[in-house]
Design a protein around this ligand. Sequence first.
Ligand SMILES: [Zn+2]
Length: 108
Amino acid sequence: MSYQLINIVDASQNILCPYCQHAVLDWEQEQYIQPCEHTLFVAMDLGFEYASDVFEQSMPRSVDEIHAHDDQLDMWQELTSSRYPQYLIYKTDLGVQGLSRYVGITVA
Ligand SMILES: [Zn+2]
């Protein structure tokens, strides 16, 4: 496995990048997704909210392809079949229908 999963219990807390301390998920902002240079992706089970070019190129399918077939989307499968060498996945429970949000951070 090239990723490490970190479960965040409180879905309302900001998610900070461990390298630059930037709030990648910042609930005080109207646009609450604020990727930093270490952010690889922000995604929910329903689709991507952000994907960096380098991470998208490491996935077997592009974001557009994934979204085009979102009726059969398994986001966890997509995120973890990446060839990206090493990354962290912060997972939070959205509290609806068992859905989760995933934030990917590169391991520098
Ligand atoms: Zn960062």
